[in-house]
Design a protein around this ligand. Structure first.
Ligand code: NAG
Length: 999
């Protein structure tokens, strides 16, 4: 009895002990071994659990066996190849690894994952062609491979999917044809192929056979030819996007047969002909239509406008005729953009009465007549843009009550009469533009309420009276352009309170009195034009404190007294004080011939400038004595400098002779060369040194062909280093040798517009040369932090950011294997003659896969102070995310104009400084004061990207590809903002007083 009991007890114990992880759990647990998991998402995948059902991302079915049916590890920041072990889970129907770093190729035996219904691998780093075997998954309904590096063809086997309902291949590198066989997947409801570099070709007409299709996205797919009529068979289609291709021909009238279509996007093609006139009334579901930026002609069909449209974008075509009156009946219309056509007639009188209009842009057409009075009847109108038409009459009083308005542009029309008092003071308007009309009356005191007003542009009208004191209350006002009107009285004293002002242009009016006291608070003033008024008194000495003032015109007034000496502190591009009553001396800095016209017409004024005024000749001859003395002194200095220069040059010449022995060089070239290595050696003169980096000196070499190249000399032997380059730190030595191989291997292979070209390299036992294309504008770092930073206007800086981002994105996403730069910094971003930026110096770059598999860590610290991602300091692990961090620092440099590390920041680096300053003082203390504040909006958006890239957690940093996209979106936005108003200028409201022609 006892033995039996013991046996039972033993069995009982055994079963309890055996209560360890089940088989599926064991399979799953293997994932933790194959994936890199910096964020620890696997930390609760505990092997002591009986089942994996409670693990992060895991879901089990309710059967007694509790099989795993779903695994969702999206955005978990895990890295590694696709885990085939998952295919051993016999009930796994749902798998998402969306937004991780799944790399290498997808294995063919993915077909072992038989039960899969839903597979989402979007936003990863997968390469190679999409595997044939995917179609071997009999149950697959939903396949998302977008945002990877899949290349080559869509495999023919894809024709044999049996249950597939949705496939997305958006934003890959697929460069084959768009295959007609996709039309065999008859179950398909969504076909998303946008943004792939497919071979140029037509929309396959066979796609019309996909009769279940609801969504068809093929924007940016290199499509040419006509839109096939067969698409009319897609009776269930709701969303058709063929934008950004080169399609031509008319919009097929058969398209109007599609009764379910909600959205049509065909913008930015080369579509010609007229919009179909009939048939639109069948498209009872059509809400959103965008066929802008094509070559469509003819008129806007009445039938189209009778649909219950929400958004109608027809801008930048060649449409003519009237806007159909039926449009005014649309109960849901909120967006109407018709700018850049040849439309005529009046706007429908009832426009807006029935529609919740939000954005209306009819600029750059030939409309005439009055503004419909009901545009804001629904109280939603935000943007009303009507520039460059022939509208006339008064602004309806109803718009003065339209508090939702933010952007109002009535410029370049024939409007007249007084502006409704309410319009001056709308609380959300940031741009009020009335330029070039015949408005009269004054600026109403109600302007006090315009608390958001940033630009008030009212030049070239007949406004009169005094400018109300209330204008000084507008804290956001950055531009006030009111030139060429009939304003009188003195400038309001409060105007000096406008601390955001960057442009004040009131020339050609009848202002009198003095410039008010306290203008030193115009800290941001860039342009001050008060020419041709009746102003008098002194020019205030304070003017010398306006450190960013660039343009100063006070000509044609009654100013008297001395010219303030402080003007010498300013860096003026334009200075005009002519035709006043100024007297005394001209400040020495300006007493030069080139400034002569700046001071003419001031009879009491004198300087050392011949001809400006009639001083006694005695004074002049004194000047000559002084001049002669200076000449002698100068000649002496030149002589001494010359002797020193000659000595140094001779010494270097001897030194150069000593180290270069031509016979022992070997040449490795990557491009067709128009020069020989010997010619380059002759140019390696110390006089030609243009830079010294951590791994060597850089020379500029002008070759006999006239071609200019940059030569980087790296030293192998320690002995030679001591002789020739004492400025290279000893520690650099290790990197140099490895750096050389790495640099040559990676750079030689790469061809990209934003990556510096390596022409060739020459080697001997102890000296190595890399010959690059020469970049005349040097490095971004030197330019930005040197005294030439003024050359880098915001549009240039923005372009540099985009260029460099594209270069890095190429390294990360388009090179196989991907390349991590490891030393991204502003000194490694070089600028060509047009300030196009290229990424350079792979001194420490290595192909990611070349690094040892286990450690993945480097033996030497790579990267430069201030640019190193925080995680690197303790993990010594380098990946793309660390480059992205460094690139974020470069963005912050561009935006703030500050160095990545600066004693001024104390313990902090630039990243921390920006964050704390933003918190404590606000945005204005962060942005580079040299940047034109009219770009502030755009700059802030770029700053945000910089902050995103420098997130402390790598997972929060966007991929380089995403960074490029984010940056481009900012550009596109600001361009369309202006472009849609009819004028393509990078300024967001600057139209100036001169009427530009409109394309
Ligand atoms: C994939 O990522 C893992 C983990 O980061 C890495 O070890 C491996 O080298 C990568 N493979 C490729 C082909 O890039």
């Amino acid at each position: 009895m006892l033995p039996l009991f013991l046996l039972l007890l033993l069995l009982f114990q055994l079963t309890h002990l055996g209560h360890s992880l089940n088989q599926e759990g064991l399979f799953l647990h293997q994932l933790t071994l194959t994936f890199d998991d910096p964020d620890g998402v696997f930390s609760n995948w505990n092997q002591k659990d009986p089942t994996p059902c409670k693990w992060t991302g895991v879901n089990c079915d309710s059967s007694p066996t509790q099989s795993v049916n779903s695994l969702d590890l999206s955005s978990a920041n895990i890295a590694g190849p696709f885990p085939l072990i998952l295919c051993r889970l016999k009930f796994l129907t749902f798998l998402s690894l969306y937004n991780n770093s799944i790399n290498s190729t997808l294995p063919e035996n993915i077909s072992d994952c038989q039960p899969l219904e839903h597979l989402n691998l979007a936003q990863n780093l997968l390469t190679g062609p999409p595997p044939d075997a995917l179609s071997g998954l009999p149950n697959l309904k939903h396949l998302d491979l977008s945002g990877n590096n899949f290349s080559g063809d869509i495999p023919p086997s894809f024709a044999s999917f049996r249950r597939l309902e949705a496939i997305s291949l958006v934003a890959n590198l697929l460069d084959g044809e768009i295959p007609a066989f996709l039309s065999n997947i008859s179950t398909l409801k969504q076909l998303n192929l946008s943004y792939n570099p497919f071979k140029q070709g037509p929309v396959p007409p066979e796609l019309g056979n996909l009769t279940n299709l609801e969504i068809l996205w093929m924007s940016g797919c290199n499509l040419v030819g006509r839109i096939p009529d067969s698409l009319a068979q897609l009776k269930r289609l709701t969303d058709l996007d063929l934008a950004l291709n080169s399609l031509d021909g008319p919009v097929p009238s058969s398209l109007t047969e599609l009764s379910s279509v909600v959205q049509i996007e065909l913008y930015n093609n080369s579509l010609t002909g007229e919009l179909p006139v009939n048939g639109w009334s069948k498209m009872t579901s059509l809400r959103l239509i965008d066929v802008s930026m094509n070559y469509l002609s003819g008129s806007i069909p009445d039938e189209l406008c009778s649909l219950p449209l929400e958004s109608l974008n027809l801008y930048e075509n060649q449409l003519e005729g009237d806007l159909p009156v039926s449009l005014a009946k649309s109960p849901n219309l909120y967006e109407l953009r018709l700018f850049g056509n040849r439309l005529t007639g009046e706007l429908p009188a009832d426009l807006g009465k029935n529609s919740p209009l939000l954005w209306v842009d009819v600029s750059s057409n030939k409309f005439h007549g009055q503004i419909p009075s009901g545009l804001c009847d629904n109280g939603t109108l935000e943007e009303l843009l009507m520039i460059y038409n022939s509208f006339s009459g008064e602004i309806p009083a109803s718009l003065g009550e339209c508090t939702s308005l933010t952007r109002v542009r009535f410029g370049y029309n024939n409007f007249s009469g007084q502006v409704p008092a309410g319009l001056w003071g709308l609380p959300h308007v940031y741009l009020l533009e009335l330029i070039d009309n015949s408005f009269s009356g004054g600026i109403a005191k109600t302007i006090a309420g315009a608390s958001n007003l940033s630009a008030l542009v009212i030049s070239n009208n007949q406004f009169s009276g005094q400018i109300p004191e209330e204008i000084g209350w507008l804290e956001s006002l950055a531009e006030f352009t009111g030139s060429n009107n009939r304003f009188t009285g003195s400038l309001p004293a409060s105007i000096v309170n406008l601390g955001q002002l960057w442009k004040l242009d009131l020339h050609e009016n009848g202002f009198s009195g003095k410039i008010p006291n306290g203008i030193h608070s115009w800290k941001k003033l860039n342009e001050l034009n008060l020419a041709d008024n009746d102003l008098s008194g002194n020019i205030p000495e304070e003017i010398g404190t306006l450190s960013v003032l660039n343009y100063l015109d006070l000509s044609g007034n009654q100013f008297s007294g001395k010219i303030p000496l402080g003007l010498q502190n300013l860096r003026l591009n334009e200075l005009n004080l002519s035709s006043n009553h100024l007297s005394g001396d001209i400040p020495p800095f300006y007493a030069k011939e080139i400034y002569k016209s700046s001071f003419s017409g001031n009879p009491g004024l004198c300087g050392d400038m011949a001809g400006l005024c009639d001083r006694k000749t005695g004074y002049k001859s004194m000047g000559y004595v002084w001049l002669l003395r200076s000449i002698f002194m100068l000649a002496g200095i030149v002589f001494i400098v010359g002797v020193i220069w000659f000595y140094l040059k001779y010494r270097n010449f001897k030194k150069a002779k000593r180290v270069i022995d031509k016979s022992k060089w070997t040449l490795m070239s990557f491009h067709k060369l128009g020069f020989s290595e010997f010619e380059i050696l002759d140019c390696l003169d110390e006089d030609n040194v243009i830079g010294t980096g951590s791994s060597g000196k850089v020379y500029k070499a002008v070759l006999s062909s006239g071609e200019v190249v940059a030569v980087k000399k790296l030293w192998g032997g320690g002995a030679k280093m001591a002789v020739e380059s004492g400025d290279i730190e000893k520690g650099g030595n290790i990197i140099q040798n490895d750096g050389f191989e790495a640099e040559v291997e990676t750079l030689g292979k790469i061809r990209h517009k934003n990556i510096v070209k390596l022409w060739c390299c020459c080697t001997t036992k102890d000296c190595k040369l890399l010959v690059y294309e020469y970049m005349p504008n040097g490095s971004l770092g030197d330019l930005l932090h040197g005294n030439k930073s003024g050359m880098l206007s915001w549009p240039i800086r923005y372009k540099i950011a985009v260029d460099a981002a594209e270069g890095l994105s190429y390294l990360h996403h388009d090179c196989v294997p991907p390349i991590v730069h490891r030393d991204v910094k502003s000194n490694n971003i070089l600028l060509d003659g047009d300030f196009g930026a290229r990424v350079a110096d792979f001194g420490v770059a290595k192909a990611v896969d070349a690094i040892g598999k286990g450690g993945k860590s480097m033996s030497v610290i790579a990267g430069s102070c201030g640019y190193i991602a925080p995680e690197y300091a303790y993990t010594l692990r380098v990946n793309e995310k660390s480059d992205i961090y460094s690139f974020g620092v470069v963005i912050l440099e561009l935006v703030t104009g500050r160095l990545p590390v600066d004693p001024e920041f104390g313990e902090k680096d630039l990243v921390k400084w920006v964050c704390t300053t933003l918190d404590q003082k606000g945005i204005d203390d962060v942005l580079d004061s040299k940047l034109d504040s009219c770009f502030k909006e755009e700059i802030c958006k770029v700053l945000n990207i910089g902050l995103l890239c420098t997130s402390p957690l790598p997972i929060n940093r966007p991929s380089m590809r995403r960074v490029v996209k984010l940056l481009q979106e900012i550009g596109a936005e600001s361009q369309s903002k202006n472009g849609k108003d009819g004028k393509l200028t990078p300024y967001y409201y600057e139209d100036g007083s001169d009427q530009g022609s409109v394309a």
